[in-house]
Design a protein around this ligand. Structure first.
Ligand SMILES: [Zn+2]
Length: 334
């Protein structure tokens, strides 16, 4: 028997809860509650993968990751025909034209009934993952209630919500609630690392996350924005021959800062020459056009120096020195 795994960071309570279940004791409908960004959907996707995995199972949690069913869960988007996921807030019954399940924000009551009553493609189970559900009409809510009262065999529905209080009581009382508390900072950092953030960013994001990956990502994005703003300010002041205070060149931010500068230099070259060529940094177009036009030779020399700086950034040379090297390159090309 293949080794089964369940690759989810945190969510210990939910792991224990589902770990104690067997396919026979699995309910037909679950509601995962908890703040946004704590891994409700991730857990639901891995649970779906477990339920659809073809490897022999005694329990509910776990998949081999290698069977033909697991292959359909690889990558960003699961494309398993027996796993249907609807992102975001789902307004059921907003319109009555039939629509595909996965596109559009609204789902008619008829779509829902059809989805709930469809046969499995692979002869196994079907799993439906719905984001926050709102009902536009009573008719729509009744369609879901009917499913909950007489669930067809082999269908598991998971609703995720940060606001369980907004679910209709008649529905809430018929689903099994599983709570997802905020993640620990260590778990958030681990998740960020798996998303290919460097160690420093992962730690920073985790410390600002309040246990939510969504919030960690927003905080990191804000950091990135303010880094970019600092680099842009420094770039213009350097080119204009001032001696700006350099705050952006640190071990963690050097590579990204250099990329921003390279983009600005390319736009500087474009801004001086051909009118109507689109600039990457549209926000700074006016200021770039006011800079002295760069000659072709100067431009090539400057870009070569930026490449040199990028190479140095991968060595032990201090970030401050590299920043100064770039500043001199920008200044001497005046
Ligand atoms: Zn599998």
């Amino acid at each position: 028997m293949n080794e089964l795994r369940f690759d989810v960071v945190g969510a210990e309570g939910a792991k224990r809860f589902f770990g104690a279940l067997t396919p026979q004791t699995l309910a037909h409908a679950y509601c995962f509650t908890g703040p946004s960004g704590v891994g409700k959907k991730t857990f639901a996707r891995r649970l779906a993968q477990s339920l659809l995995c073809l490897a022999p199972h005694s329990g509910v949690l776990g998949y081999d990751g290698t069977c033909s069913s697991c292959a359909l869960f690889r990558g960003e988007n699961a494309r398993h025909p027996d796993f249907l996921e609807h992102e975001g807030v789902l307004r059921i019954g907003e319109r009555d034209a039939p629509a595909a399940f996965a596109d559009g924000e609204a789902l008619s009551a008829r779509d829902l009934v059809r989805q709930l009553s469809m046969q499995s493609y692979s002869g196994g189970m079907r799993v439906l993952l719905l984001g926050d559900v709102e009902f536009a009409t009573l008719h729509a809510a009744n369609a879901l209630l009917k499913f909950l009262e007489e669930p067809p065999a082999g269908v598991v529905m998971i609703v995720t919500t940060a606001t369980p209080g907004r679910l209709l009581e008649t529905i809430r009382s018929r689903v099994v609630e599983v709570r997802f508390p905020p993640l620990s900072n260590a778990d958030v950092a681990e998740i960020l690392r798996r998303m290919h953030y460097g160690d420093a960013d992962a730690q920073l994001g985790a410390s600002l996350s309040g246990g939510s990956v969504t919030r960690a990502l927003a905080a990191l994005e804000q950091e990135e924005e303010s880094l970019r703003a600092a680099v842009v300010r420094w770039f213009f002041e350097s080119v204009e021959g001032k001696s700006p205070q350099e705050l952006w060149a640190t071990r963690e931010t050097l590579t990204e800062g250099l990329e921003t500068i390279k983009m600005l230099v390319r736009d500087w070259i474009v801004a001086g020459g051909h009118d109507g060529v689109a600039l990457m940094s549209v926000d700074h177009a006016d200021r770039l056009r006011k800079l002295r036009p760069l000659g072709r030779r100067e431009a090539a020399a400057l870009l070569a120096k930026l490449d040199e700086a990028a190479r140095l950034a991968r060595t032990n040379v201090s970030p401050g020195l590299i920043g100064e090297f770039v500043r001199m390159a920008l200044t001497s090309s005046r």
